[in-house]
Design a protein around this ligand. Structure first.
Ligand code: GLA
Length: 754
């Protein structure tokens, strides 16, 4: 570890600054500055004589440390705004900081002015948690005993910088933290306008792509609901506006995502000088944290990156990072099983014989994991009662869950269960025993949403109760999988007892999210093989924070294939295919061919959610064929690079095409969808990506033969094979029937041996 640039260990300090830089963290020999070099980008920062840390560059890779500018404050043009254009890495609120700030605090004597200056740095070659190089900068307030450390983790392969900050109170008086963002990012200023892309939605309509120009002012995306939220996803991308004078092929994208599942905010600010600044982290809405003597507060990670190859390049970088670094190991590299979920088939009408009948059909289709959704626990006949009482309903399961679990296991499937641990219905034994365990203000009614209240996971007794209850359930029934739901936002965020004991009740937003993390971490530590799906009325808790302890996400309650394509395209900008659970249900049945419905669900981790007792023998046969086909290409989908070749967002949902490619580019699969070609217009060739130009590839159209109940491959078109160059430059004619509504295809592309 390099301690600082005045220490004896100067091994990693680049003396010969003109040497072409390798990937990693480089320290300038003369100036206090650093270059974080990734395969395709450089992020550089340095310290001014006054002790301010400035961003010096973020974008295409620089070759030598000589390329870095000297860290200097810009000339003061207006004599009132010294720091406005200073590109500070972590500006504190106070002094002449009128622009975006990263942190705001209140000291015990009433001073509300934070003045952070650089002290020293450390470089680690590989950190203990993720094995990535890390630069840590130490800053202190000029007067008060407040230490702030800024962490820069570098994913050199994926061109990502992962930033966070930690506040430590080194004195004896409590310091009130009022904003503690994870990072402030500065894009290079430019003359031409930029476009901001974000993801917004609502129940049944998550991750819809939103695009708007960045102008002077701030665009704010955030959640104030105590969860990541259905309404906005903590992700952004910024691209140049299409401009005919931009060099062809240049498509630089800055993008980022927050690893946090509570209230969050991402603020994108432009000004009249063409600057773009992004600030984000835990939302400062209704946020205060009391930092006592010797206590520390660590922010979540804010991951951001630079891609020269457009939104597909950005999505692939985030996906690779998520698969390699974020997702729990070793599950992250095991195939996600094909699951069956009973929700849409039975809703609350869950009972042993019905579930057994579904399980038998599911097993015959090739399903590997059978999940009983809501409705299995005590008193749960509708959504008005039962939440909190996590034991099998004695009327529905007279001998408990045991016989059903045994039956499912005997059919060769694992068993999974739906739970909603953070919730309680007033009509439950748990609430009757502990009405004080929820968030509430004593003088206000407790607002119900879906007839339920939120348990205060800041309380240790609540967490202990939930751990013991869930631990017992998992142990008793060898439960392999939990669908962990969270169906309402937090309201009346009060905690009287904490307040009375001198605590700050506004901490609950953070304490709740941390409470969920702690609980999940403890359960996983006790049950190494357990996998968890994160659900919040669909995709309301899908982020890189929850994915450190969950294996997949339920992306939306909307399972209609047309809606799903749009939702999934947005989802895929942030999160990879292997975490996106996607079911074939009865939505669209009778209207949309089963093949189309399967192809849409196969874009992620395939599941079945329809009522199999109503499916005809032909439907069941075809479904078995598609499941078998999925299993053969599952590694390419779940581990490969994803590319949206035709964006349904851009075509208004009429056409879509997605390609997945293995790391070595030897194999790919392409899914294409056509809702309709109302004018009978010709289908244009589809240009693929990510192949080896010189290699030859076979192209097979995967279809399912109903008789044989298995997948069949046939060559596409007259050409048996094409070169990678031809597939990428000229493209492929898709085997989609002329004028056919809801036509789709699945193509297997395989490199032929020379
Ligand atoms: C939420 C989930 C659904 C289902 C129901 C059960 O709405 O998103 O998938 O589990 O709860 O009540």
């Amino acid at each position: 570890m390099v301690q600082n640039n005045h220490s004896e260990d100067q091994a990693k300090v680049d003396k010969a600054t003109s040497i072409s830089l390798s990937s990693g963290i480089h320290t300038h020999a003369v100036h206090t500055s650093w270059a974080l070099i990734t395969e395709q980008s450089t992020y550089a920062l340095g310290v001014t004589n006054e002790g301010y840390i400035l961003n010096l560059h973020w974008g295409p890779r620089l070759l030598t440390l000589d390329d870095l500018p000297v860290p200097l404050l810009p000339p003061d043009r207006s004599s009132q705004d010294l720091l406005a254009n200073a590109r500070e890495e972590y500006p504190g609120a106070g002094g002449l900081h009128y622009g975006e700030t990263a942190a705001k605090v209140l000291f015990a004597d009433g001073v509300r002015d934070l003045d952070l200056r650089y002290q020293r740095f450390e470089v680690e070659e590989a950190d203990a948690c993720d094995g990535l190089p890390v630069l840590t900068l130490f800053l202190r307030d000029t007067v008060y005993p407040l230490l702030v450390t800024l962490r820069y983790q570098v994913d050199t392969v994926n061109d990502l910088i992962i930033r966070s900050a930690t506040f430590t109170n080194e004195g004896s008086d409590t310091i009130r933290l009022e904003r503690v963002f994870s990072a402030v990012w500065h894009l290079p200023s430019q003359y031409t306008p930029r476009i901001l892309t974000t993801l917004a939605g609502q129940w049944s309509e998550e991750t819809r792509i939103q695009r708007r120009p960045i102008t002077a002012g701030t665009a704010l995306v955030e959640s104030r609901r105590g969860i990541t939220s259905l309404q906005a996803a903590p992700w952004f991308a910024i691209e140049p506006e299409h401009n005919p004078f931009t060099p062809a092929g240049q498509h630089e994208v800055y993008f980022g995502a927050l690893a946090w599942s509570g209230n969050w905010a991402i603020r994108v600010t432009g000004d009249v000088n063409g600057t773009t600044v992004i600030a984000g982290g835990i939302s400062d809405h209704d946020f205060v944290w009391q930092l006592g003597a010797d206590e520390s507060f660590a922010t979540p990670d804010f991951i951001a990156g630079f891609a020269f190859d457009g939104l597909n390049g950005a999505r692939q970088r985030l996906h690779r990072y998520t698969r390699k670094i974020v997702l729990p190991q070793p599950q992250a590299h095991q195939p996600r099983p094909v699951l069956y979920n009973s929700w849409e088939a039975t809703f609350f009408d869950v009972h042993e014989s019905g579930q057994v009948a579904l399980a038998e059909r599911a097993a015959r289709l090739g399903v590997e994991l059978f999940v009983v959704d809501d409705g299995w626990f005590a008193g749960r006949n509708n959504d008005r009662a039962g939440l909190g009482d996590w034991y099998a309903d004695p009327h529905k399961f007279p001998q408990g869950l045991g016989p059903l679990v045994k039956h499912v296991n005997a059919l060769g499937m694992q068993f999974g269960l739906w739970v909603e641990p953070e919730m309680v219905n007033p009509d439950s034994n748990l609430y009757r025993a502990h009405p004080d365990w929820v968030y509430f203000f004593p003088t206000r009614p407790r607002s119900l949403a879906r007839n339920q209240l939120v348990l205060n996971l800041g309380r240790e007794d609540v967490r202990t109760y939930l751990f013991e209850t869930l631990n017992r359930l998992i142990t008793q029934h060898a439960i392999a999988f939990l669908k962990w739901d969270m169906n309402r936002p937090i309201s009346e965020p009060g905690w009287s007892e904490y307040l009375e004991s001198g605590g700050e009740a506004r901490e609950i937003w953070v304490r709740h999210a941390r409470g969920v993390y702690t609980l999940m971490d403890a359960l996983r530590a006790h049950h190494q093989d357990l996998t968890i799906e994160s659900c919040s009325s669909g995709g309301g808790r899908a982020d890189l924070g929850i994915l450190r302890r969950t294996d997949q996400v339920w992306a939306s309650d909307n399972t209609h294939p047309e809606a799903r394509l749009l939702i999934q395209e947005g989802f895929s900008l942030e999160l990879p295919a292997r975490v996106m659970e996607s079911w074939v249900t009865d939505a669209g049945r009778g209207e949309i061919p089963l093949a189309f419905r399967f192809h849409v669900a196969m874009l992620g981790a395939l599941g079945i959610g329809g009522n199999l007792l109503h499916w005809s023998a032909e439907e069941l046969d075809e479904a078995a064929g598609w499941i078998a086909a999925y299993k053969t290409i599952r590694p390419i989908i779940q581990e490969g690079d994803q590319c949206w070749l035709l964006s349904p967002h851009a075509t208004g949902g009429a056409l879509a095409a997605v390609q997945y490619t293995t790391d070595d580019q030897d194999e790919a699969v392409v899914f294409a969808f056509q809702r309709s070609r109302v004018f009978g217009e010709p289908l244009l060739p589809l240009r693929l990506q990510n192949l080896q130009a010189n290699a030859r590839y076979s192209i097979e159209n995967v279809t399912v033969s109903l008789k044989l109940n298995e997948a069949k491959n046939s060559a596409v078109g007259p050409a048996q094979s094409l070169s990678g160059a031809a597939l990428m430059a000229r493209g492929l004619t898709l085997p989609l029937e002329h004028r056919h509504a809801y036509a789709s295809c699945l193509l297997k592309i395989r490199r032929l041996l020379p």
